[in-house]
Ligand binder design. Structure first.
Ligand SMILES: [Zn+2]
Length: 221
């Protein structure tokens, strides 16, 4: 795949940054796309810009503010608090159809720039109940996209079956551990690197990190 081109769906968070490093290793040419949907934390977009600049990756920022107009969530509205889902319900950070829209736009962009591959950091292991992070959705969408565009796109999900500790291990394998730890933004409260430590995204990230570091220390001992 060294001669082929890939588009990475890129938020500037831990997962998509790990995917960006993965793509740079796999493909001859890589571009990244970030969607601006009126995120509460504008720092997310700055983070994404900063990372692509450092890695010398062409960066597309697409305005899809209609997502905010369509669907309110804790990621886009100041007046909605971040809450974990109760009784199996979805958390307040859920944006319905977000990946459906992201992947559709990424598909159109891929066609425009001549990329056959689309890489995304979605993951079924820690998917918080978001239905459009599931493997079955991605596979089904891949078929739909190819029919819609009449092109043989391949969607890649390198993190699909990894838990957060394994995602850190992958970043480490790609020689990107420190970079991912220091330069990315996962926190729902908009704090870079290790984050606020309190929100669900930080807790997930921290638990994974601690578990990975503990395993690594065990192996080295
Ligand atoms: Zn946080």
């Amino acid at each position: 795949m060294k001669k082929q081109k890939a588009i990475v769906v890129f938020s500037g968070g831990q997962d998509s940054t790990t995917c960006l490093f993965w793509a740079l290793q796999q493909f001859g040419e890589v571009e990244a796309v970030t969607f601006d949907y009126g995120q509460k934390h504008r720092l997310e977009i700055d983070c994404a810009k900063n990372i692509t600049q450092q890695l010398g990756v062409k960066h597309h920022i697409l305005d899809i503010s209609l997502l905010n107009q369509l669907a309110a969530s804790a990621l886009t509205r100041e007046d909605i608090d971040i809450e974990e889902g109760q009784d199996g319900g979805l958390p307040s950070t859920f944006v319905p159809g977000r990946n459906l829209l992201f992947f559709s736009f990424a598909g159109v962009l891929a066609s425009q720039v001549g990329a056959k591959h689309i890489v995304t950091g979605v993951c079924e292991t820690d998917f918080s109940g978001y239905p459009d992070c599931r493997d079955q959705f991605v596979k089904s969408f891949n078929v739909t996209l190819n029919l819609a565009m009449d092109e043989p796109f391949v969607l890649h999900t390198p993190l699909m079956w990894l838990d957060k500790a394994q995602a850190w291990a992958l970043a480490d394998e790609l020689d990107a551990f420190d970079f991912v730890r220091e330069q990315t933004l996962t926190c729902y409260n908009g704090i870079m690197a290790d984050g606020c430590g309190e929100c669900p995204a930080c807790k997930l990230r921290q638990n994974g990190l601690q578990s990975y570091l503990a395993t690594k220390a065990g192996q080295e001992a």
